[in-house]
Design a binder for this molecule. Structure first.
Ligand code: UT7
Length: 327
């Protein structure tokens, strides 16, 4: 029997209620709505409520994806959660999500994936391997973050960029073989930790005030690296599948900065109407950004069966990668 492909049969997402606008941020730090809009494309972002954790966002997105797929939580063979902002150091957020979804009754395996903003692409790739080998038939893949908890609200270079949210997909084995994930490509380069990191952690110790550390970034340098890596991702995915750029129907990129998104779209010669853009309303939600954007275009009904959808992300690590899907 031929190897099954991993088909996305449902998408879901969840955003916390609270919106934080650029104007509100301009009252906290020395910035302006005009600067943030023109340099990033962001207008507002969502912030999780007190007592609302990454696992809560993940569960809400996961339930929506399961409902869209018409799959019961009891039929899942694996739950993956991509996050950089876990509820706790351990157990994994995926374990907590598994329990909150009721999948503990089935002892469904669950684990986290930490690849910062590329986490969802990494998790999709892992799920794809489990399905292709026949080890799993149905996998729930979630990207969820509460980045607001690791921001330095006095640093205008970072606090204006990030937001909270979650997105999810259900992947199912498809023996038809034509639809589903066609390829994934993952990359990492750990030589640039000093350009994007948190200044505290479990083993190295926290900052003197006793916190867990907050995001530190040399934005301009990260920007250049992101543009280069994402352009490489586009070419790599096209080459590996023997496709030309005209054949790609949708680009669903990581939502860090509209200028980075536009440069990736340009590489593909793709009009912006065929590019999923949520950065204006969500900011950068790290591992949640690609599945949040995917859910938005999927629910709009604009992606048709057999369309080619290219997802790509770049983030801390550095990590980057792509997933090409025949819808
Ligand atoms: O998701 C993981 C990957 N992350 C990314 O991809 C983020 C990549 N980086 C970026 O998106 C952009 O670099 C930023 C949006 C973070 C910054 O934009 P930029 O055009 O690269 O600005 P810059 O860092 O070169 O700073 C230009 C100026 C500086 O002032 P001086 O030194 O020229 O006087 C900054 O201090 O803008 C200043 N600045 C601000 N001004 C008003 C930095 N942040 C702000 C701010 N409001 N919020």
């Amino acid at each position: 029997m031929s190897m099954p492909s991993a088909r996305i049969t449902g998408t879901g997402s969840y955003l916390p209620q609270k919106r934080l606008t650029n104007h509100e941020l301009a009252q906290k730090v020395n910035t302006s709505d005009e600067w943030i809009r023109s340099r990033t494309g962001i207008i507002e972002r969502r912030i999780a409520a007190e007592g609302e954790f990454t696992s809560d966002l993940a569960v809400a997105a996961g339930k929506n994806a399961l409902m869209a797929a018409g799959v019961s939580v009891h039929d899942l063979d694996l739950i993956l959660t991509a996050t950089t902002t876990p509820d706790l150091i351990f157990p994994s957020t995926a374990s907590i999500v598994q329990h909150k979804l009721g999948a503990h009754l089935n002892r469904t395996p669950a684990f986290d994936i930490q690849a910062v903003c590329s986490g969802f692409i990494y998790a999709l790739s892992v799920a794809d391997q489990f399905i292709r080998t026949g080890a799993c038939r149905r996998v729930l893949v979630i990207g969820a973050e509460t980045l607001s908890r690791i921001l330095d609200w006095s640093d205008r270079g970072t606090c204006i960029l990030f937001g909270d949210g979650a997105g999810a997909v259900v992947l199912e084995a498809d023996h038809g073989g034509k639809r589903g994930i066609l390829s994934t490509h993952l990359h990492a380069d750990g030589a640039h930790v000093d350009l994007l990191y948190t200044h505290g952690g479990v083993s190295r110790g926290g900052p003197s005030e006793g916190g867990i550390g907050t995001i530190r970034m040399h934005g301009n340098e990260v920007f250049k690296q992101a543009v280069k890596a994402l352009e490489g991702c586009v070419d790599e995915a096209l080459d590996a599948n023997g496709l030309t750029k005209e054949q790609i129907d949708w680009l669903v990129p990581h939502q860090a900065n509209i200028r980075i998104i536009q440069s990736t779209a340009k590489r593909l010669g793709m009009p912006m109407e065929r590019v999923a853009v949520t950065v204006d309303r969500h900011g950068n939600t790290s591992a949640a950004s690609v599945p949040l954007a995917l859910d938005e275009v999927a629910r709009s009904g604009l992606i048709q069966p057999d369309h080619l959808v290219l997802m790509a992300a770049f983030g801390g690590g550095f990590t980057w990668g792509s997933a090409l899907v025949r819808w």
